[in-house]
Write a protein that binds this ligand. Sequence first.
Ligand SMILES: C[S@@+](CC[C@H](N)C(=O)[O-])C[C@H]1O[C@@H](n2cnc3c(N)ncnc32)[C@H](O)[C@@H]1O
Length: 309
Amino acid sequence: MAFPGLTAEDLQLSRERLTELFAPFVDRRFEARDPEWLRMLTRRNRKIGRKLLKRRLLGWIPRHRRTPAEVHSEYGPKWMQKTFESYDPSAPRSHSSMYEWGSERMLAGNRGGKRLRQLVMMRVIEWAKPRTVLEVGCGNGINLLILAARFPEVGFSGIELTPAGVAAARRAQELPELPGALREFSPLPLVDVTAHRRIQFHEGSAERMPFAPGSFDLVLTSTALEQMENMRERALREVTRVAGSHVLLIEPFRDVNDAGLPRRYVLARDYFRGRIEDLSQYGLQVLFVTSDFPQKVNLKFAAVVAAKV
Ligand SMILES: C[S@@+](CC[C@H](N)C(=O)[O-])C[C@H]1O[C@@H](n2cnc3c(N)ncnc32)[C@H](O)[C@@H]1O
């Protein structure tokens, strides 16, 4: 979906570039009708069907909903355990997921998807030229640590719900230089590998952020609103409030998960289900949308660039 004024060419998101950056994370390729691929798809479908049934039976109980308490219990341990070395494209993978892109079918590591989302962030920053950027739901800071090294002239901040995520990001900031694994992971060359030390990390919730209106030229989220369905409106209002001119939201919008396996997965996981057209209710004018990159069979993301009006 292209809108006047901003195109995939402007953002240099060519198929060749995306293919090249994703390639180190591909473990195996399949033909679309390969019986083994279809068997895996059937198994995945059944597993998600069971999860969805459980959610439908127990979803009324708060601990079976994606509340902040649930996010803490899922992401607290995750950010405590995850090492930055594991992002190195050559690091061994414990798991690969089913990805598709047009007629391509692949088993690939999830870090590949993250690397492509980082490319989108970098291209949008090159285009929008913000002086300040906030990432909401920044996890262990992986995106900001790398973005700061690519754009040392930009003031980066992050806000994250879990203390473990913030602690992991701050531990990386104690290092004099960005860890080698993150330099390897970066989709584009880096400029200053000490700039990560200047990022401001905050612990807090997207639904009530300790920032004045319009504090950041660009506010971005990447697979973070995903976790905030139960506060979708409040979070989107806050994101818009603290944005000065643009937002970039790389999230599982309903537009790209509206049917079949992705729809059932999003419902089973109680993930974000906002529509792109609803962004206008928050005072955002959509400038550009893309979902044209390798995507998991069960969960798709759309990258949306919008201006605050
Ligand atoms: C899937 S992770 C993505 C992290 C990061 N954006 C990335 O791309 O690696 C989602 C993150 O959103 C955070 N999160 C969920 N709800 C939040 C909230 N209400 N406020 C701030 N962060 C939140 C979670 O703790 C988690 O770290």
